[in-house]
Design a protein around this ligand. Structure first.
Ligand code: SF4
Length: 754
C-alpha cells in the first residue's frame, strides 16, 4: 500500500487519507479513512478500500464523524472560570497564551511549595490521550502521579500485566493475518479451525486495534467459533457453542477446561515439556475442578464443558481471544492465567492461525513510559500506592486507582492539590467504581485543568481552566494497534482540517513541556516528534509513514525458539524461569497463589446469600455499544436515535415476575447506589442476570450542579463498590454485582441524588 495521502479534487475540495484513532469501536483502531474537506467543512467521510485491514469498512461512529467535528456544542477555545463558580456554567473565553500564563505559574507554585507529587494527572481515552497522559504527567508537568481512574485498573492493563508476568511478552492477539499485505491468502498464515471469543464481543468493541470484522472474514473462510459470555450476542448466534456462564466464574471454567485437556492427555506434550514451567503443579490444581463441580459453579452444563475443552485441544490451530471480562473481575488475574495456560498447553502460542504475541515492549508504548526518566527515584517512590501494590504499579507505571481515591478522601500520605483531567470524564465513568465518592473527594482539589472535546459533567463540576482538544480529523499523529504491544499495523493520522482554536494531546504535551522541562521536549513540531520516534525503530520518518498509508511489520512465528523474546537473545520466554509460567514465580513472590484458582465474586448467591435474598439479580455492566465510546457521542443526534436511552436487559420471565414491560423505566439498586434505565426485555440474557449499559449522561439536561447533565440519574457505576479488587490490586466487580429491579412510572417519577 503506497499512495498519495492528500488529493486536490476538481471541485476545489481536498481528500485526505488518514487512520482513525478511536471510532469505530475502541482505540487505537487505525482503520483507513478518506476525509474530504471543502473550505472549512468536512463534507464526506468514506472508508479507505485500500487499507489492508479495514478495506473500506467503517462503523456508524466514523460515518457520523462530520456531525461530531462540526457539532455546535463543541468547545473551540480555551476557557477559564473562577473557583467559586465550579459547577456553574460561568466560563470566560481566553487565548492559549492566557491559559498558559495561568497554568504554568500554578504548576511551578505547587511543585515548589508542596512537591511535584501534589499534582495528579487523570488519564482518559481522549483523541490520543491514553498515549500521552503518561508523558504529560512525567515529562511535561514532572509529577509521578498519573492515574487511570478505573477501579483495579480494570481495562486492558490487567491483561497486559498478566501477560508480562506469565509469558514475558507483549499482548496476545488472535492471528488474523493482519501482518500481511495479502492477508488470509499469505502462505505463512493458517486459518484457525476454531476461534474462542472469551468475555468479549469484538464486533462492537474493535478492542485496542483488533478489527472485529476479521472474525466474520474468518468465519466465512471456515473458522468455527465458541463464545463464552453471559449474554447470547449476535456473534454468539453464529457460533458452534455458546457457554452462557454465571458472571465472574470464568476462572473456574478455564480450570474445568484444563482439567479435561490434561486428564484426557489432549495437551501438546512437546510444547509443555520444552517451554512451560509448573505443569505438574497445574495438573494437581486442576484436579480440584472436575467438570461436574465447574458446572455447578458456572452454570455451564458438564457435557458442554467437556465438549468445548476437547474442541479447543483438537482444533489445529485454535485461537483464543480474551476480553474485558478478564479485567473487570477481582479474580481476573487467575482467569487470565488460566486462559494463557490454555493457549500454551494446547500448543497455540505464536503459531500461524493461533495466538500472536508481541515483543515485551514496543514502539510508542515504550516511549511514553520511558519519559519517567525525567523523575528522580525519590519522587518516583512517592507515586500513590506504589509500595502497597507493586504488581500493579510496577507494570502500569501509574498510581493505584483505588488508593488514589483513598488519598483524596484522607489526605494521606499527602494532600493532592492540583488535578489535570486529560479527556477523562470519569464521574460518567467507564470503570471507576462509586463515582459519587470520587465526585465528593475531587472537590478537595484546589486547581484543575480539564482537556476535552465537549463540555462534560466532570469538566462542569471541576474545571477551572478548559483546554479544547482536536479530533483525530484535525491532527497529525500515529496510531498503532495495541499501543505497540503487538503492532499488527501502524498508520499515520493526517490532519484534514482544523475547527476552532483546538490542540491535540501531543501538541499540549510539547507546548507545556517546552515551558516546564525543555530538556525532555527537544522537538520542533509534531511531525518532528513522530519522526524521532519512528526513525530508530522503522527507519522511516513521519512523511514516509504518510506515504505508506499503513505499515505492516512482518510476523515471525515461534519467536521463543529463535531467541527473539528475551533481552539476552537466548531461546525461551522473557520470564523469571525463561518458560511460560503455568505456575507463576512472581504471583507467589507478591503473596498470591502461584497457580490459577477460582474465588467467588465478593457479592453473590454463594458468598453473600443473605444480601442476595434482598438483591436477587446478578448485575453485569460495561459491554460496549456501537453507538458510543464509553460516555462519548451522547450529543450526536443520529447515534442517539439508534440508542436513545440507557438500557437494562432482562429476561422475559424475570421482567414478567417484576411487572416490567419492554420499554418501561426501571430502577436498579443495591447497597451502594441506584440507576434508572429503560427495560429491554430479551431472551438472550439469563433469567438470573441483568445487563446495564454504562457511561450515561444527558447533554440535553441542565448543565449546572446538582444536575450536571443528569449524570447521577442513570449512573450504573454507583452500584459497583470501590476497592473490591484482587489480591495483586487488579480487577473490580463490574460484571458480577448483585441488585434488585423495580418498575418506575416514568424517568422523572424518581430523582437520584448523591
Ligand atoms: S476502558 Fe475503554 S478507553 Fe480504557 S482501555 Fe478500556 S476500552 Fe480503552
Amino acid at each position: 500500500m503506497s499512495k498519495e495521502w492528500k488529493t486536490e479534487n476538481e471541485d476545489g475540495s481536498v481528500t485526505v487519507r488518514t487512520c482513525a484513532w478511536s471510532p469505530p469501536g475502541d482505540h487505537p483502531v487505525g482503520y483507513g479513512m478518506k476525509l474530504t474537506v471543502k473550505g472549512d467543512k468536512l463534507i464526506k467521510v468514506e472508508g479507505d478500500e485500500e487499507h489492508p485491514i479495514s478495506q473500506g469498512r467503517l462503523c456508524v461512529r466514523n460515518l457520523t464523524l462530520a456531525d461530531y467535528v462540526h457539532h455546535p456544542s463543541r468547545i473551540l477555545t480555551p476557557m477559564k472560570r473562577k473557583p467559586e463558580d465550579r459547577g456553574k456554567d460561568k466560563w470566560t473565553k481566553i487565548s492559549w497564551d492566557e491559559a498558559w500564563d495561568i497554568i504554568v505559574p500554578k504548576i511551578k507554585e505547587y511543585k515548589e511549595k508542596h512537591g511535584a507529587e501534589s499534582i495528579i494527572v487523570f488519564g482518559g481515552t481522549g483523541r490520543q490521550a491514553c498515549l500521552y497522559y503518561y508523558p504529560l504527567g512525567f515529562a511535561s508537568i514532572g509529577t509521578p502521579n498519573v492515574c487511570y481512574p478505573l477501579s483495579g485498573w480494570s481495562c486492558y492493563g490487567p491483561r497486559c500485566s498478566i501477560t508480562d508476568y506469565v509469558l514475558g511478552a507483549g499482548y496476545p492477539e488472535i492471528d488474523y493475518a493482519g501482518f500481511y499485505e495479502d492477508r488470509y491468502d499469505d502462505p505463512r498464515f493458517t486459518m484457525p479451525e476454531l476461534i474462542v471469543e472469551w468475555g468479549k464481543m469484538a464486533l462492537y468493541s474493535n478492542p485496542d486495534g483488533f478489527f472485529g470484522h476479521a472474525l466474520i472474514d474468518m468465519m466465512k473462510r471456515g473458522a468455527k467459533m465458541i463464545h463464552i459470555d453471559p449474554r447470547i450476542t449476535w456473534l454468539g448466534t453464529r457460533c458452534e457453542e455458546v457457554c452462557q456462564l454465571r458472571p465472574g466464574t470464568d476462572s473456574a471454567l478455564g480450570l474445568g477446561f484444563l482439567n479435561v485437556i490434561i486428564n484426557e492427555e489432549l495437551y501438546d506434550k512437546d510444547f509443555v515439556e520444552n517451554w512451560t514451567y509448573g505443569f505438574d503443579e497445574l495438573k494437581e490444581r486442576v484436579q480440584e475442578y472436575p467438570p461436574s463441580k465447574v458446572a455447578d459453579i458456572t452454570w455451564v452444563p458438564e457435557d458442554q464443558i467437556i465438549r468445548c475443552a476437547r474442541m479447543m485441544a483438537t482444533a489445529k490451530p485454535c485461537s483464543i481471544q480474551w476480553g474485558l471480562a478478564t479485567d473487570e473481575n477481582p479474580n481476573g488475574v487467575q482467569m487470565g492465567h488460566a486462559i494463557l495456560s490454555l493457549m500454551a498447553v494446547t500448543g497455540n502460542l505464536d503459531v500461524p492461525g493461533g495466538v500472536t504475541i508481541g515483543p515485551p515492549a514496543a514502539l510508542l508504548g515504550k516511549w511514553r513510559v520511558e519519559t519517567r526518566s525525567n523523575l528522580s527515584d525519590e519522587l518516583w517512590e512517592k507515586r500513590i500506592g506504589a509500595a502497597e501494590w507493586p504488581a500493579l504499579s510496577t507494570a502500569m507505571a501509574t498510581t493505584h486507582p483505588d488508593e488514589t481515591l483513598d488519598t483524596l478522601e484522607s489526605g494521606k500520605p499527602y494532600k493532592l492539590r492540583m488535578g489535570w483531567f486529560n479527556s477523562s470524564n470519569f464521574i460518567t465513568p467507564t470503570c471507576s467504581a462509586q463515582p459519587d465518592r470520587w465526585y465528593h473527594a475531587l472537590k478537595s482539589l484546589e486547581f484543575n485543568v480539564v482537556q476535552d472535546v465537549f463540555m462534560t459533567p466532570t469538566a462542569m463540576a471541576f474545571g477551572d481552566i478548559f483546554l479544547p482538544v482536536s479530533t483525530f480529523a484535525e491532527q497529525d499523529g500515529v496510531v498503532v494497534t495495541h499501543f505497540g504491544r503487538n503492532a499488527v499495523t501502524l498508520g499515520p493520522i493526517n490532519e484534514a482540517l482544523r475547527v476552532g482554536d483546538t490542540k491535540s494531546d501531543i501538541e499540549v504535551c510539547i507546548e507545556l513541556g517546552k515551558k516546564m522541562h525543555p530538556e525532555m521536549w527537544d522537538y520542533d513540531d509534531v511531525p518532528d516528534f513522530f519522526t524521532k520516534q519512528l526513525e530508530p525503530e522503522l527507519g522511516v520518518d513521519f512523511d514516509g509513514l504518510r506515504e505508506m498509508g499503513a505499515f505492516q511489520p512482518d510476523y515471525i512465528y515461534k519467536k521463543y525458539e529463535k531467541g527473539l523474546l528475551r533481552g539476552d537473545g537466548e531461546p525461551g520466554f522473557n520470564t523469571v524461569t525463561g518458560m511460560v509460567e503455568l505456575s507463576s514465580t512472581l504471583f507467589e513472590a507478591w503473596g498470591d497463589d502461584a497457580l490459577p484458582y477460582f474465588k467467588e465474586p465478593p457479592y453473590s448467591p454463594v458468598s453473600t446469600p443473605e444480601l442476595f435474598s434482598e438483591y436477587p439479580l446478578i448485575l453485569t455492566t460495561g459491554a460496549r455499544k456501537v453507538t458510543s465510546f464509553h460516555s462519548e457521542h451522547r450529543q450526536i443526534a443520529v447515534l442517539r436515535e439508534i440508542d436513545p436511552d440507557p438500557e437494562v436487559e432482562l429476561h422475559p420471565d424475570t421482567a414478567a415476575a417484576l411487572g416490567i414491560n419492554h420499554g418501561d423505566w426501571v430502577l436498579l439498586e443495591n447497597m451502594f447506589g441506584k440507576a434508572k434505565l429503560r427495560a429491554k426485555v430479551t431472551p438472550t440474557i439469563h433469567p438470573k442476570v441483568v445487563h446495564a449499559t454504562h457511561g450515561w449522561w444527558f447533554p440535553e439536561k441542565d448543565a449546572e450542579e446538582p444536575s450536571l447533565y443528569g449524570v447521577w440519574q442513570s449512573n450504573i457505576n454507583t452500584l459497583v463498590p470501590h476497592k473490591h479488587i484482587g489480591k495483586l490490586g487488579f480487577g473490580c466487580p463490574m460484571k458480577q454485582m448483585i441488585c434488585k429491579a423495580s418498575r418506575l412510572d416514568s424517568f422523572d417519577s424518581y430523582n437520584i441524588e448523591v
